[in-house]
Write a protein that binds this ligand. Structure first.
Ligand SMILES: [Zn+2]
Ligand SMILES: [Zn+2]
Length: 588
């Protein structure tokens, strides 16, 4: 039932795209039409206008669309020969280009869709029955888009919209959109002074500001602590290394478009690392290994550098400097499934700490049509894939398969999380790899005294810390749990007379390792409270004459709750416990 519903929404959105094109042609008859598909969350249509289109014109276009919807025009299909189609679209160069391509592919007929009598588009469908079914829609934004996504082609104007079966759904959607805008990490990240990406440094090269650095350090502490408990050993490795390392690993052949050009040092070529794997292979090889040493879990929180297309860079979530919570597990073949499950358990633990309640898993496999993009043979791939599936089934975890999403050296399991607004993000991965151990000649001595090859598991549960913190900003709407909050407490004396008492409280909290600030400025109390709220500080400690006389404090929590008349030691003790537990809660 649900499934038909979602495909109905797709039809609805795609039909709305036709209505949009028709409305545009009614108002601006010399406009050239590009394409207008339904997309994940709505639809768009690309146009070449002869004049500039702004938000103001969108209103006018919306009104025209409403007229077409009110006419309740039927959508109907007609198959014609390519030459007939070329005549019908004689004024539409982009459509003509598409028709010629269809004809060159050997199509004897092309499919057209009419809306009533006056509008026709080149389209295979499907659509809803009539324009009247589009009960609610909104045009959302305008963007530039190259014809066919190629920068050598003309830049067209893309109008985005969204259509629904009823007004309530549209209203809910727009409310969610508004909330997402408020939580946009690029906006909040600036307001909360978490990161900056100055053009002087370079696109996608992020600087962690002091507040961001605190958040990152806290996450790193969590990772270090928990991984140490789970038997990982942490290492450090350089940012560059001989090119040959990545030739051996296969990155140079199959991952080069994401790597920066080599640099020459002492007549030899070096690369900036796009991944840590080769270094950890060298850690493994730093001494002979026996079966007793395995599993060996080598971890490093390390920054790598990857070339992302300029158009894909976005705030913290897509950058060119990526800090991974990386590790490589070397194990005996019979340990693979258990090691995989242990990583799985760790990921589940992390998601719980960050209060991410909804997530699912994607099993990313090779593209069967394009095996050249990957190392190794069918047998190795099947073996690795079977290890993952066995582990998943042992745990009773459901997953879906995605062909063409694997790493070039092996299949992987990706964690897709759902944030507080129901949006999906791909974060961590676990990969089983038989390839790199072979290419780097890794071995260990087995129980019989023979040399054997270990299996390698690559894993980065959070993925990239930059991306992770970007997602967290939006997930929490900037209101970080206490353990992550850059400032945990702000002390506000009501008047100058309590300044000394406030300083004493601040010093005591700082002494306990709590991140505290004193705001004893001349601004009114309500102004200072408001500032604390904008900064989303978990606790404001307010002290006036009454508090000073009774040696108490009044705590104002971020959720608006006031807790008066408590002793400082009571607060310190509660707070320290919440921090230590990395609790997502405030005070009860
Ligand atoms: Zn269509
Ligand atoms: Zn790796």
């Amino acid at each position: 039932m649900k499934k038909t519903n979602s495909s109905y929404r797709e039809k609805l959105n795609h039909s709305a795209a036709h209505i949009l094109a028709q409305a545009v042609l009614n108002l601006y008859p010399d406009t050239k039409l590009g394409i207008g598909p339904a997309i994940k969350d709505g639809f768009y249509y690309d146009f070449q206008f002869s004049q500039k289109i702004t938000e103001k014109e969108l209103k006018e276009i919306s009104r025209e669309m409403k007229k077409i919807i009110a006419q309740n025009l039927p959508f109907h299909q007609k198959l014609v020969s390519p030459s007939q189609a070329l005549k019908i679209f004689s004024q539409q160069p982009f459509k003509k280009e598409l028709i010629q391509e269809l004809s060159a592919e050997g199509n004897k007929k092309v499919s057209l869709f009419f809306t009533g009598k006056n509008f026709v588009d080149l389209c295979r469908g499907p659509h809803v029955k009539t324009t009247g079914e589009v009960k609610a829609f909104a045009l959302l934004k305008i963007a530039g888009a190259y014809w066919k996504g190629n920068e050598k082609n003309p830049m067209l104007t893309r109008i985005y919209g969204v259509a629904f079966e009823n007004k309530k759904q549209l209203k809910d959607y727009l409310a969610r959109l508004e909330e997402a805008k408020k939580r946009d990490h690029r906006l909040l990240g600036k307001q909360l002074e978490i990161f900056t990406i100055p053009q002087e440094v370079g696109p996608g090269l992020l600087l962690w500001l002091p507040n961001g650095a605190i958040i990152r350090r806290e996450i790193e502490n969590l990772i270090f602590e928990e991984q140490t408990k789970r038997g990982y050993q942490h290492v450090y490795s350089p940012h560059i290394g001989r090119k040959k390392l990545w030739v051996t690993s296969g990155h140079w052949d199959l991952y080069r478009d994401k790597m920066y050009a080599p640099m020459k040092i002492d007549e030899e070529e070096y690369l900036v690392k796009p991944m840590n794997c080769p270094f950890h292979m060298m850690v493994y090889k730093s001494k002979p290994r026996s079966w007793r040493d395995l599993p060996l879990r080598i971890a490093e929180i390390a920054s790598v550098y990857r070339y992302e297309q300029p158009g894909e860079l976005s705030g913290m979530v897509r950058v060119r400097y990526i800090t991974q919570d990386d590790a490589h597990i070397f194990c005996r073949p019979e340990q693979t499934v258990d090691e995989f499950l242990e990583v799985f358990d760790y990921i589940t633990f992390l998601l719980k700490v960050f209060a991410i309640k909804k997530y699912h898993f994607r099993l990313s496999l090779r593209d069967p049509q394009n095996k050249k993009k990957y190392l190794g043979n069918d047998k190795i791939w099947e073996e690795a894939e079977n290890k993952i599936i066995t582990a998943l089934e042992k745990k009773g975890v459901s997953y879906f398969k995605a062909e063409g999403e694997a790493a070039f050296y092996g299949p992987k399991l990706d964690v897709i999380i759902e944030d507080a607004l129901g949006r999906e993000w791909q974060c961590g991965t676990i990969q089983v790899d038989f390839m790199l151990p072979q290419r780097f000649n890794l071995e260990y001595t087995n129980k019989k005294g023979e040399k054997e090859q270990p299996v390698l598991i690559h894993r980065a549960p959070l993925g990239s810390l930059e991306r992770w913190v970007g997602i967290l900003i939006e997930h929490y709407g900037g209101a970080f749990p206490i353990w992550l909050a850059p400032v945990q407490v702000k002390v506000l004396p009501i008047s100058e007379k309590q300044l000394e008492y406030a300083q004493k409280i601040t010093a005591s909290l700082r002494e306990k390792g709590i991140r505290v600030q004193l705001d004893g400025s001349n601004q009114t109390l309500s102004y200072r409270i408001r500032q604390g709220e904008i900064q989303k500080i978990p606790f404001l400690v307010i002290v006036g004459q009454k508090e000073e006389e009774t040696e108490t404090i009044t705590i104002r929590q971020r959720n608006g709750k006031n807790i008066p008349g408590r002793s400082l030691s009571w607060f310190e003790e509660k707070l320290s416990r919440l921090i230590k537990e990395r609790s997502p809660q405030l005070l009860k």
